[in-house]
Ligand binder design. Sequence first.
Ligand code: ADP
Ligand code: MG
Length: 328
Amino acid sequence: MEKPVNDIVLRVEHLKKYYPVSGGFLSRGNKFVKAVDDVSFQIRRGETFGLVGESGCGKSTLGKALIRLHEPTSGEVWLNGVNIAALSNRDFAPYRRQIQIVFQDPSASLNPRHTIEAILAEPFIVHGLYKNDRAQMKKEVERLMELVGLDSYMLNKYPHELSGGQKQRVGIARTLALKPDLIVQDEPVSALDVSIQAQIINLMVDLQKELGLSYLFISHNLNVVYQISDNVGVMYLGRMMEITPYQGLYKNPAHPYTKALLSAIPQPECQGESHRIILEGDIPSPVNPPAGCRFHTRCRECMECCRRKEPQLKEIAPGHFVACHLYD
Ligand SMILES: Nc1ncnc2c1ncn2[C@@H]1O[C@H](COP(=O)(O)OP(=O)(O)O)[C@@H](O)[C@H]1O
Ligand SMILES: [Mg+2]
């Protein structure tokens, strides 16, 4: 049975983001980096959708195109039932608060010249909230600090006086200021020590439960994605190759690319020798992706039709989609 529409926070349909290639003097014609090339998926309310894939496959571009940090080239982005990709900038403004983003490097995303208090007050000021009530704004800022487990004495500090984990907590607190429905987490723990990674992930899980948030959690690290996700999407060269409930990721991966990614994860010795699939060759250029299945140049199970015909995502088990001719 179909779930009711309001259960879906985000539905992405055929999203594309092409960047024009800035030409050197030898370049001719219009060339594009097809960073995101026809991607569709959805996120349920309260769910974490994990997005994995090798570096350069278009994960960050997908995140940025969703929140219109980079304008999508085409496609639909339905946020709470509204296609925000079709709105003018002005009409989009009120929806901006519903969808926020956390970046990988907390140092780069926090203004070094502002105190933590100023950084956390900024979303309220930008949106004209608590204009005539500084005391209430201060209370809200303190509430944000409490939510992410930071002591309010840090409000007068500057970002460089905080540790990496504390800075990322501030980054998360800032996204919570406007009570969003969906947060795009773009490699939020990749720059942190492993021990701190676990703390930040636990914090995100707690906040999700407490505030009913939905996450698009982007990472190149399958283990991290597995820990936190309800569903996982695997991207390759701008396309979604597989979408699976997280339990299926290790138990029955279907796409040869997913299998190769999984086999590249180092296994603890006690688990014995595992069968490693080496991905041969470099990732092809997203300017000229291979015809047919774009993974066929590196696929060990490549068949004749894979060179000609682009496979579409098909549901091979409930909630498990794969774009591969092996499942035709
Ligand atoms: N602003 C940009 N202009 C041109 N090309 C870009 C831009 N941002 C990303 N790209 C290209 O788009 C592709 C996808 O990049 P990205 O989304 O950052 O991948 P990922 O986050 O998976 O590592 C890469 O080939 C990258 O070089
Ligand atoms: Mg990225």
